[in-house]
Write a protein that binds this ligand. Structure first.
Ligand SMILES: [Zn+2]
Length: 117
């Protein structure tokens, strides 16, 4: 017979079934114990500091996105990734049509020559 231990209520549910666990998790006592657990948790200084740092980061990221438009999520690129520099003097015309397949010939050097100023 399986049993489930509820961390919030410190109570064992005997004959654990997903349905009875759901019933327990919706119960008033469980919800109250869960709330008390998290309130107690947030009273800890280190948890509060960590939460405020996270919230500040989220607010900061939202503000940056609002200012600069879409950005990739923050992350660390592996060192092996090398983004090559554009060839010297290479510049696409301001209204370059990325949708036009003829702008992308199979031979890369002829494509580069076409756009070197
Ligand atoms: Zn519970």
């Amino acid at each position: 017979m399986t049993e489930y231990h509820c961390e919030f209520c410190n109570k064992k549910l005997l004959n654990d079934k997903i349905r009875s666990r759901r019933m327990h998790n919706k119960g008033a006592k469980h919800l109250l114990m869960k709330k008390a657990y998290y309130m107690e948790m947030f009273e800890q200084e280190k948890v509060r500091l960590e939460m405020s740092t996270i919230l500040r980061d989220i607010a900061g990221a939202a503000e940056e996105e609002r200012i600069e438009g879409f950005r990739l999520p923050p992350g660390i690129a592996p060192e092996a990734v090398h983004i090559p520099e554009a060839p010297a003097g290479f510049k696409l015309p301001p209204n370059f049509d990325f949708g036009d397949r003829s702008n992308f010939p199979a031979d890369i050097s002829s494509a580069i020559k076409k756009h070197i100023a």
